[in-house]
Design a protein around this ligand. Structure first.
Ligand code: PSV
Ligand code: MN
Length: 378
C-alpha cells in the first residue's frame, strides 16, 4: 500500500465520549451491563483502554455535570496518564427543572441566564483542562402549534450563544449541534444544518456546525451537507453513531457503512483527517444498552478506521475527471471499487507495525482484560 496513505491511516484519531462507558438506557429501562463504568475515573480508564487496544483515540469528550469534579487539573492529569487529551466539553442544557420550556432559547430570562452561565462554566473547565471545543446541543423547541414564536426563539438562541462566545478564548471553538426533533416533537429551534449555519454565522468565525449522524430525518443526504458546510468553512465536528429510525445511538458503521464511507470521501476533499490535532473534532456519541460498552466502542473506532481506509483508496483526480465528463457510471464505479476493497489486512499490517493487537476485540476478550474489568467493577 502507498506509504503516504498508510501513514494517514496510521495517524487517524477519534475522540471517545465519557458517557459511552457508563450506565444508560432507553425510556423503558436502564440495564446493568457487566463492567460498565461507575465513576469518572472508570470512564477515563475505559477511554484509555480503548486507546491501548486500538491506538486510534485522541481524546475523551466530557459532559458536564455528568463528569463534574472538584479538581479539573487532576482530571486532566489522569486523562494524560492514560495517553489522551481532554476533548470537547459538552454542557448539559436538558436536565434542569428550569429548562422545561427551553434553555438558551427560553422566553424566561432566568432560564436563559442559568443556561448561559452553565456554558460559561464549561468554558472555564476548557481552560483548566486545555480543551479546545465547546460542544453545544440544546433541546429547545415546542410541542404544539402556536406554543413558541419561531423567529423570536431563534433570535434569543443567537443572543445567548453570542454571550457565551464573547466569554471564549480565540483558540477555542464553539460547536453548534442540530437535531430535527426530540425532546420537542413539533418544532426544534436548531433543527437542521441551515438553522445551525445561520446561528454560527451570526455568532462569529469560531462558531462551527457539529453533525450528529442520528439527527436527520430519514433519507437525508448527510454527505452533501458535509460538503456544503465544509465549503463555507463552517464544519466543526461530528458525532458518529448509527441509526435505523431516529437518534438510535448505535455502534458507528453497524447499519450505514456506505454512508460513512461517502462522508469520509467528502471530508477528504476538504481536510487532512490524519493531521493531529485535527481541524475538525471527530467524536463518537453513542449509548450502548445491550452490548459491552467497551467492546462497542472498540467496534466503532475500528469501523471508522476501516471506512476511512476505504476513502483513502478513492482516486480523487479520476473521480473529478469522470464527474466533469458527466460519466455517472464511471463515477459510481470508482467509489464502489474503493468501498468494496477489504481494508482489514491493511489495517492489521499497520497495527503490527504499531505493536498493537491485530484484533483488538479478540485481544480484549482473550487476554483476561475483559474479566478483570468486570471483576473489579462488581
Ligand atoms: C442529543 O441527542 C445528543 O446527541 C447531544 O450530543 C447530547 O450532548 C448527547 O446526545 C447526550 O447523549
Ligand atoms: Mn450528539
Amino acid at each position: 500500500m502507498n506509504e503516504q496513505r498508510s501513514q494517514m491511516l496510521a495517524n487517524f484519531r477519534v475522540e471517545v465520549p465519557s458517557w459511552g462507558f457508563s450506565q444508560s438506557g432507553t425510556r423503558f429501562h436502564a440495564f446493568e451491563i457487566p463492567g460498565q463504568a461507575r465513576t469518572l475515573e472508570d470512564r477515563i480508564d475505559d477511554a484509555g483502554l480503548v486507546q491501548q487496544l486500538t491506538g486510534a483515540v485522541s481524546a475523551v469528550a466530557l459532559h458536564i455535570p455528568w463528569d463534574e469534579t472538584s479538581d479539573y487539573q487532576a482530571l486532566q492529569e489522569r486523562v494524560e496518564d492514560v495517553g489522551l487529551r481532554v476533548g470537547a466539553i459538552n454542557p448539559n442544557l436538558f436536565q434542569e427543572e428550569i429548562y422545561r420550556f427551553g434553555s438558551l432559547a427560553s422566553s424566561d430570562p432566568e432560564a436563559r441566564a442559568v443556561a448561559v452561565s452553565h456554558c460559561l462554566e464549561c468554558v472555564e473547565i476548557m481552560r483548566l483542562t486545555d480543551s479546545k471545543g465547546l460542544s453545544i446541543w440544546l433541546p429547545d423547541g415546542s410541542n404544539y402549534p402556536g406554543q413558541m414564536d419561531f423567529a423570536a426563539a431563534f433570535g434569543r438562541t443567537v443572543e445567548s450563544l453570542q454571550t457565551v462566545y464573547e466569554g471564549m478564548d480565540a483558540d477555542q471553538t464553539m460547536l453548534i449541534e442540530y437535531k430535527f426533533f426530540e425532546p420537542a416533537f413539533y418544532h426544534t429551534v436548531l433543527s437542521d444544518w441551515g438553522t445551525a449555519m445561520l446561528a454560527a454565522q451570526d455568532v462569529g468565525p469560531n462558531a462551527k456546525i457539529l453533525v450528529d449522524l442520528g439527527h436527520h430525518p430519514m433519507g437525508t443526504n448527510i454527505e452533501a451537507i458535509v460538503a456544503l458546510v465544509s465549503k463555507y468553512g463552517r464544519l466543526g465536528g461530528f458525532h458518529f453513531n448509527s441509526r435505523k429510525y431516529a437518534d438510535d445511538d448505535l455502534t458507528t458503521g453497524s447499519l450505514n457503512p456506505y454512508e460513512l464511507f461517502l462522508i469520509f470521501v467528502e471530508l477528504n476533499k476538504f481536510y487532512n483527517l490524519a493531521k493531529q490535532p485535527g481541524d475538525i473534532c471527530l467524536v463518537l456519541d453513542q449509548s450502548h444498552n445491550v452490548k459491552c460498552k467497551l467492546e462497542a466502542t472498540v467496534q466503532s473506532v475500528t469501523n471508522l478506521q476501516l471506512m476511512y481506509a476505504k476513502s483513502l483508496l478513492v482516486d480523487y483526480d479520476k473521480l473529478k475527471a469522470a464527474q466533469e465528463s458527466r460519466d455517472a457510471v464511471g463515477c459510481e464505479e470508482l467509489l464502489k471499487d474503493a468501498f468494496d476493497t477489504d481494508t482489514r489486512p491493511w489495517l492489521q499490517e499497520i497495527k503490527r507495525q504499531q505493536g498493537l493487537p491485530e484484533d483488538p476485540l479478540q485481544y480484549f476478550r482473550e487476554s483476561g482484560l475483559k474479566e478483570r474489568r468486570i471483576e473489579a467493577r462488581r
